[in-house]
Design a protein around this ligand. Structure first.
Ligand code: TYC
Length: 104
């Protein structure tokens, strides 16, 4: 079928140029052992939150089971997850941190 309007033809390459990059939520998951103060420290250190903001998110995770720490491009989200898990393990805490694609 002939296409008269050039704008209707969008190559896969062009589509990927037009699409915003996928973004990922970084989440903390609750557990029964990691101290609350340690979770607050993690949120302040790796997600640059104030003490108040960090405490709020920590309690959200504690009561709801999970909470969003931030939303980032894939490579940055991956680095955050690795930094948090490494820091937690170095302090013998079982804190879990995961990433999940953000649905736009
Ligand atoms: N539930 C933990 C406690 O009572 C605190 C906690 C909060 C642990 C958030 C993990 O991601 C977490 N000590």
């Amino acid at each position: 079928m002939a296409v008269s309007n050039c704008e209707e033809i969008t190559s896969e390459k062009q589509k990927s140029r037009l699409k915003p990059p996928p973004m990922y939520k970084v989440l903390l998951l609750n557990d029964d052992f990691t101290p609350m103060e340690f979770v607050v420290e993690v949120l302040q250190t790796f997600f640059f939150m104030s003490q108040e903001q960090a405490t709020e998110i920590m309690f959200e995770v504690h009561t709801d089971g999970s909470g969003v720490c931030g939303i980032y491009p894939g490579d940055i989200a991956m680095t955050k997850v690795k930094q948090v898990v490494k820091f937690a393990r170095e302090h013998q805490h079982p804190l879990r941190c995961v990433m999940e694609e953000e649905k736009i």
